[in-house]
Design a protein around this ligand. Sequence first.
Ligand SMILES: [Zn+2]
Length: 314
Amino acid sequence: MRIEKKSDTVVGRFAPTPSARLHLGNVLSALLSYLSARAAGGKWLLRVEDLDAARCPFMGENTKWLLDDLAWFGFSFDGEVLYQSERADVYETYFNVLREEGLIYPCYCSRAELHDAARAPHRGDGVFLYDRRCLLRAREGIAPPSGKKPAYRVLVPDAIVSFTDGVQGAYAENLERDCSDFVVRRADGVFAYQLAVVVDDALSGVNEVVRGNDLLSSTPRQIFLQKRLGFATPRYFHIPLLLDAAGRRLSKREGDGCMESVRAKYKTPGLVLGALAAAVGLLPSPESCTPEDLIALFSWEKIPRGDVLLPQGF
Ligand SMILES: [Zn+2]
């Protein structure tokens, strides 16, 4: 008897941070992750990355709008919404796994000290190349400052982590030289994005991550954590950034592309989705459509690598 191996179901996700109302760049991430999962007959999950909920008073309100905006567009997700603000105990379990492996050390540096401690100018995405001064001090037996709560960093190896992105192609980083030891738990006790994302994707069975190209350089750190925690690595698709018709980045501050102004201007979602679909080459020109209409038209081969422009008028 021939036993057919059941092919893995695609499990994709949309995982926005509700620090503000959704903007069209987020909606493009939602759309492409939704289409990729649905075109493969897979599942699409929603996770709210509200790790900072205790410090950011608007997150509750923004989360309500997030759900409302997704429903307005007609996006349907599978299962329960996952809220990172409710999962500190889960992250703690995996933080302790890393700690037991001897990969975690406390860092007492203030923001000003981190500037001094940078081995090189920090990268464009705000990552400092930390010089390990707290680890070296501890190894020399120097007592940490009393009464100060530390952040916790993970010790990275002098090793290259590489992967092939479904849109951007091959990408590699030497973790020690290009990134250095990064924070996995902040001094206020909140777990860092890098750890939470890795744990949540793995425990939710997510095997396909579609997100903005600005997160490409986070991926080697996340793959490193996946390997240390015994998790599988998802397939990655880092999608182009969305610019306005004049080629400027959509700015949250100016309200450009913010869902509040988009919904006030367009009243119905069809043309907004059509504009996004046209921007990434799924439609020849912006015409009204639903998320379902686009499933049959979707292919990763159509999605460009570089920044994409919204049609005139958006
Ligand atoms: Zn330090």
